[in-house]
Design a protein around this ligand. Structure first.
Ligand SMILES: *Cc1c(COP(=O)(O)O)cnc(C)c1O
Length: 416
């Protein structure tokens, strides 16, 4: 298998005439198709809704496209709430899944009518004091231990800071009901970037059984179950991507086996996907500006880890296509680097690629989620622009690049 960019070389050279590299490019068609497939995969569930995880790609144009496809937003900070509001996405179209939450953010979420997802049992009293308990409320669950699929350990909830223990969460619903809450939901995020059609169905089974237990032990019937994020994408070209239709059917089967017989067949399923929705529908476009031959072969590009930090902080693999050289043999071994004064600023290490020349355009794949948004200003490097490739093949700048003025902006008054 190979990863093929969603633009051709000629198309990309044209785009680069208009917008200087580096930039993140997003594929509107792919974004809409991903959202439509997700809704189709869960169409068996009345009330299904995707709350797009804003932190993955906090761009108003992207949020609006997803909103047109039926998605709400999953926010976890004040500015994410504000962005959602500015996009006209408010009320129960917002899921506020935060943790270690400041009081003013609970207040803002309550004011917007967002569904508040409580990360901890102590947050009940905190929320009651700061903003009041809303009618609809969600609680985040953490079963502890390891999350396993078959013999594979997928992640380690026992080490995660999120959520409430099984006994705490039951107590939380009882207390919230006493305080006037009327509609309840449960949320859990137990493994990140899973490339397996089994993650959601297995998570669903865990939550569905718990929801039945909650009903039996407390008499409280939940209205929705939020499977959150964690459905991932293969960053390397050798793996098969998740099939959202198989995933949707897997959850459907668990629903019919566990919830329906318990008289809970009206429960709504929610998701908070970020990576799955956007990662493959965005790429980082960068141009080669230097080559360097010392103890290793280096290719220097005009983007750096400030534009995409996943390789630098997680050692994450991002596939690279040298545009126009797709069919040439990968007979060179390069480190592809940015300009930060940090040796971790490498988009690829010992990567087999075709012979690269100065001026070549590189597409760094799968940067549509947790790409631009993790950017930072180390070394005084500036964030790039974001460009949308529209369905009709034209482009639109949906965020300009930062300028030095932006970088100096917080030094108000210093120069006077
Ligand atoms: C990050 C996050 C998501 C999205 O995760 P992905 O892996 O991008 O799907 C969803 N919900 C919460 C609470 C998150 O923190």
């Amino acid at each position: 298998m190979n990863k093929v960019p969603f633009v051709s070389k000629d198309q990309l050279e044209d785009i680069c005439q208009q917008y200087p590299t580096p930039f993140h490019l997003y594929d509107e068609k792919g974004i809409r198709q991903t959202a439509r497939d997700l809704y189709k995969a869960f169409s068996w569930n009345k009330g299904f809704k995707e709350y797009f995880a804003v932190k993955a790609t906090p761009n108003p144009t992207i949020l609006k496209i997803l909103h047109e496809e039926g998605c709400g937003t999953d926010c976890s900070s004040l500015t994410e709430l504000m962005m959602s509001e500015k996009c006209g996405i408010t009320g129960e179209e917002i899921m506020f899944s935060s943790n270690d939450t400041p009081a003013n953010e609970f207040k803002k979420a309550k004011e917007l009518g967002a569904i508040i997802n409580l990360d901890d049992i102590t947050h009940i009293d905190f929320l009651e004091k700061e903003a009041g308990i809303p009618e609809t409320i969600c609680c985040r669950y953490n079963p502890g231990g390891k999350f396993e699929l078959g013999t594979d350990i997928m992640d380690n909830p026992g080490d995660a800071k999120y959520g409430m223990t099984p006994s705490q969460i039951k107590e939380a619903y009882v207390r919230l009901k006493e305080l006037g809450a009327k509609k309840f939901g449960i949320h859990a995020f137990l493994a990140s970037n899973t490339v397996s059609n089994e993650y959601y169905p297995e998570l669903a089974r865990i939550l569905f059984k718990l929801v039945v237990e909650i009903k039996e032990e407390t008499g409280i019937e939940l209205s929705f179950i939020n499977l959150s994020g964690g459905v991932g994408i293969p960053y390397t070209p050798d793996k098969e991507p998740n099939n959202i239709f198989v995933i949707g059917e897997g959850v459907h089967k668990a629903f019919d086996e566990i919830l329906v017989p318990a008289g809970l067949g009206n429960i709504k399923i929610f998701t908070e996907l970020g990576r799955f929705m956007l990662a493959p529908n965005g790429c980082l476009v960068t141009r080669v500006i230097h080559e360097k031959h010392i103890h290793k072969e280096y290719i220097g590009v005009d983007a750096c880890a400030a534009n995409l930090m996943r390789p630098a902080i997680y050692g994450a693999y991002h596939h690279i296509t040298v545009m126009g050289k797709e069919n040439e043999p990968c007979d060179h071994i390069y480190d592809v680097t940015g300009s930060l004064c940090e040796n971790s600023d490498k988009f690829a290490i010992d990567r087999k690629l075709p012979k690269i020349d100065i001026g070549d355009l590189l597409v760094i794949h799968d940067t549509g989620a947790h790409g631009f948004s993790m950017g930072y200003n180390y070394n005084g490097r500036l964030r790039s622009s974001e460009i949308l490739l529209k369905e009709d093949g034209t482009t639109k700048m949906i965020r300009r690049a930062e300028t030095p003025e932006d970088y100096f902006r917080t030094l108000d008054g210093f120069w006077d």
